[in-house]
Design a protein around this ligand. Sequence first.
Ligand code: AMP
Ligand code: ZN
Ligand code: ZN
Length: 303
Amino acid sequence: MKCTKCGGKAVVPIKRHNAAFCAEHFFEYFENQVERAIKEHRMFRRGDKILVAVSGGKDSLAVWDVLLRMGYEAHGLYIDLGIGEYSQRSKEKVLKFAEQRGATLRVVSIEEEFGLGTPEFARKAGRPACSACGLNKRYLFNREALRGGYDVIVTGHNLDDEAATLLGNILNWNVGYLARQSPVLEATAPNLVKKAKPLYRLTEREIASYCVLRGIDYIVEECPMAKGAKSIEYKYLLNQLEELSPGAKARFFFGFLEKGRPHFEAEQEKVEVRPCQVCGQPTTAEVCAHCRMLQRVGAAAAP
Ligand code: AMP
Ligand code: ZN
Ligand code: ZN
């Protein structure tokens, strides 16, 4: 297998592009895809303050790494979810990564913030763990970005994540979610920070290759609380499809962004948002879903 660019020994085949690259040209390809995502969706510009939400997994460490290499001012935010050894190990990976690069890292702990780790928190909230955890993370991403004066929050979502979410949204015809599923979410209300997913053009396999070739040490195990999640089954099915028809995943998601999403967006009724009476983050109710969950759990509502 030869590199499509230089004819040298290729180490990463990319079937959907009918290409293969040596390490050097794979890095070039990777950065080009990230650059294209940033430009096409006007995610951020040089000089913007970027907060990268890092879990210790391959995707978020890869996006932090590539943004630093490209010269962006990118700080990390790690949320310690209090999920036993899994949280311990993922935190170690993030701390090591930041230390090696002299990068700035903010760390927030769910136990310190709300008095309980994620498993007990979810039980008390009467919600599935991933739903309670997702609400906590989204709330803290936004709060920390506001406190630190960041222009944008970056997450590590990749093409596999986005295609799986799209499949789930279509199977259930969640038209509201279909209108909003996008590589960038603008700051459409006061106290809301813009969000961006610069890896949405890259697959999980490509990102894992990037980490291995760059020597990025990441936590391989999935969150133990996410076992049996639907998204894992959707990813499996999409990979089967990709085997039969290379490029299917990209056509499915990129085609949706170009041709599908505008229709759902146009159909959306405009909802009025206002600041939550407790925390000030935007909501359609008087008190936001996160603060209502905290009240149920009996945790001190963080202002
Ligand atoms: P997930 O919902 O676990 O697939 O994660 C999606 C994205 O959210 C990751 O790529 C990270 O950018 C971010 N993220 C997930 N968990 C954490 C965490 N514990 N701390 C900070 N960011 C996280
Ligand atoms: Zn090459
Ligand atoms: Zn609130």
